[in-house]
Write a protein that binds this ligand. Sequence first.
Ligand code: CA
Ligand code: CA
Length: 299
Amino acid sequence: MNYMLSDDRCVHALSADEEPILRVPDGATVSVKTKDCYENTLRAENDPRGPYTGPAGGGNPATGPIFVEGAMPGDTLACEILSIEVGEYASMRISGRGGFLRDRVTAPIVRCIPLRDGFGELAGVRMPLDPMIGVIGVAPETGAIDTETPGAHGGNMDARLIRAGSTLYLPVFHEGALLALGDVHAKMGDGEMCICGLECPAVVTLRVSVIRGRREQWPVLRGPDGSFSVLASGETLEKAARLAADAMLDFLQRRTQIDVNELILLMSLVCHLEVCQVVDPLITARVRLEGGAMPGLAF
Ligand code: CA
Ligand code: CA
């Protein structure tokens, strides 16, 4: 059965205290309507209301939470991304207050970009869209984590590879997992240097399944090419990178009989240390094992 979820109710934090708005069985397919990170309010270019400052409670609305029946602490929630349909426009803005290059910004600007026939265009540069999900996560182990911040629960990881055809494995900390998602980008480069991608409303269709009795420490993503990426977040890029590397070594040790030292040698050959984003309250890095490098490897 295919469930539909409107964007009428969104959360700005992932927490076990948020009341679920939909209950689905293990294995259900859900089509989730999502708002863009500006709450679908940043529509007109150079909006006369001035630069967007965000509604009270912050931007990055995430639709949910979705209660997945059967999911219990210690399990994994597999989210198979079946499709991401983007809206008709995307928005971007920079203000000089955030982003990797903020000190180089000379004026705040807003751009609203039509999305047509799978392409967008900015400053005369036409580019194919490659939709991805910026915020997707479950209720964290303790407390509430705002939807600006990534972590072991997922959240605002801004990983370009979370796109149709991939499966995201999230650790479950609470009954029902309490999944929420939003902040879709029609396109984004690794790093998300200016602090936004092509921010757009979307409909994400995903299948949610429970893997019982085991979970990884950080979210893991399987790509359509068979690659596996561990997504880890930390205060600095170096810390995030080290956390991702440690977690990939643990992931491989649990799934192969290869000696740890040989695994470390192998990681230097077939694993790639990559940047998801450098602009959120915590930085997110990934270590990606090439697709096909270890045939038969499964989550
Ligand atoms: Ca984001
Ligand atoms: Ca965003």
